[in-house]
Design a protein around this ligand. Sequence first.
Ligand code: SF4
Length: 753
Amino acid sequence: MAKLPVPFEQLTREFGPHLAYEPPGGWSGRGEPEKLVKTHCCFCGQGCGIQLKVRDNRVIGFEPWEEFPFNRGKLCPKGVKRYLQNNHPDRLLDPMKRVEGVGFVPITWDEAFETTAREIRRIQAEHGPNSVAVLSGVSLSNEKSYLMGKFARLGVKTAELDYNGRLCMVSAGAGNKKAFGVDRAAGAWTDIPLADVIMCAGTNVAECAPITTDYIWRSRDRGGKLIMIDPRVTPLARTCDLHLPVRPGTDSALFVAMLRILVEENLVDREFVENYTSGWADTEAAAMETSLVDAARITGVNLEDIVRAARMWGEAKSSFLLHARGIEQHTKGTENVLSCINLVLATGRIGRPGCGYGTITGQGNGQGGREHGHKCDQLPGNRDIENPEHRAYIAGVWGCDESEIPRKGHPAPVIMEMIHSGEIKALISICFNPLVSLPDSNFTREALSRLEHYTAIDFFLSETAQHADIVMAGSLHEEEEGTVTSGEARVNRIRAAVTPPGRAKCDTDIVLELGRRFGQGKYFDHFKTPEDIFNELRVASRFSTVSYYGMTYERLEKEHGIFWPCPDIGHPGHPSPVRRPQVPHRGREGALQSGAIPAKCGRTRRGVSNYPHHRPGGFSVSKRDSDKAHRRARRPMSRAVRGDPSGFGSGVRNQRQGLGSCGEPARIGNAPGESGDHDSPGYGLHPLSLGGKKIGQPPYDPRVRSDQRDAGVQKSHRPDPSSRSRRSRADYRRVSAKSRLPRENGRKIQELS
Ligand code: SF4
């Protein structure tokens, strides 16, 4: 019965999001801290070091941690407010159950565990083990990610497990694995300041990964050039050397055209591609079939600028490529990623100082969270769940029979479809807010309301958790020991600064107890601390491409993090996994493990022509992810950040005038300066935290089932009724008929108006 027990407004009054509050003791009377705890910011995948000030078991502030090498004490506007979560008035302090007409009422932990175990087992007895799904999140630590994979497969015994990275950078991961055989940045951030040219594709670095901006500026200070590829004039695009305002969804056409120019102008590093790559001839042939005039027409970028970009990139001595969700969250996200990696391979700018490639990780453990086995097709160590050798190895680590490990399950969006269709009848979720994160909030809401049982583990009552039958009050990063892995694949140690407030429990303890209540204590009883889980994770990742085996908590603290792979005790770790010529290559001895994959010139499904306005989904300087946590710190944060006064990102003026989103007529960014500091005509940012409503079927990358956000065509558009496209007119009628705002969105807009 996963329906709201009382109206949404009542739940919001009681559980938030409440926007403003003061830290314990007020802004000025907090007193001296009893201790400073060195840990890491969890608000994005940069993993900045921070010292938390602790007094009376409460986090009361922070100090910079200047010795930590990645950020040297610097923090962004999100980071300086992250400590406010620990004492936030919306924090869940008790386990609760849903009571129709009353809301959520506190219960004992025993009742919460017993109800969950009883309902899950009842449903599985009636409908089979896979009638229960587990949804997990990549803001969890590595230990929790690993534990969730083991818990779902051996505790719940379901194949239907997936994670919210599916809605984030899974296309980047797939592209990395295809091109390099490993899923991580192929270079450390310390190479960025040494690069002569930096190209950023689909990434609003200054707002979404502000500390990386510093690395880029260090390159520019010594004369480095910056190419920005983005439909919007983002803050870095305002001052870059060359801005390519590519139409949403046409990125690969741009990259393939650039590759053709590199070939034609003899800017390809022949020695490199012949000795260190495979598949180059096919890639080059595909590029040469591409018409540059067509590419310019498709992308909307002047041909002269495409040529300038290719020459700037091709003639440089060193270069670094960064990309993010702007090219990844598309129906052809994997192909976009591969086509821009091809530019790196064409010029041999990898595996040497000042050269490299990286994808800017989003969520707090976006990198580590996709390595340890809570993806539907993955076992720990980024192993393949269908590979017999991989299954046998993990069965050995887990002490189970190989046949006990379920086979491959379904990606999160498909799991939601299976819930909607009634195939899946129960859900356990942790740190995943699909009602906001998935592309179609109405569909997800309907699906959740059809569940027979839903248990949510979370620290705030998210929009999704409002539909739960049982809510288990969980923990924050600073309330548990563990590790996270940053976007450059540096494994960092996070420290427990305080214990969870009230009767809230550590997530790890909750999941371990659930494992016992499901009668599978033999697989979980040996975990007494998160370090025990980490030690098993190390063994589980051993002999894989993602080996953590040589790392210990002690080493991670002493060495300020270690880059994986770290295959042996005493191994220093690899800041770059592809330093040539040491890394073996598939096929050629002594060469890099890198394969060029031909990419086609084309555009994302549901391209641009039928929609006069585009609102690519994304994050702003004060918001990211489903924003369950950040939005609760919005007001104090927003005061500090000029240019994002409401947290809505660009397009704010029209939103506040009530012109609306989600199908209502909207006037967004039609003239420069009309709707925010960094708009481009016809484009505005749609913060992903607003949720969305579909126009037509939600589109996905067929390779990885990641959704299409950053083409910005499935949300918040006013389709042109005069369009000749039949599909467009049908979409327009459908949208017009349901043009009221979803409740959550309307609520947020009212609160801010
Ligand atoms: S850049 Fe990311 S990790 Fe660093 S302070 Fe900002 S939100 Fe935190």
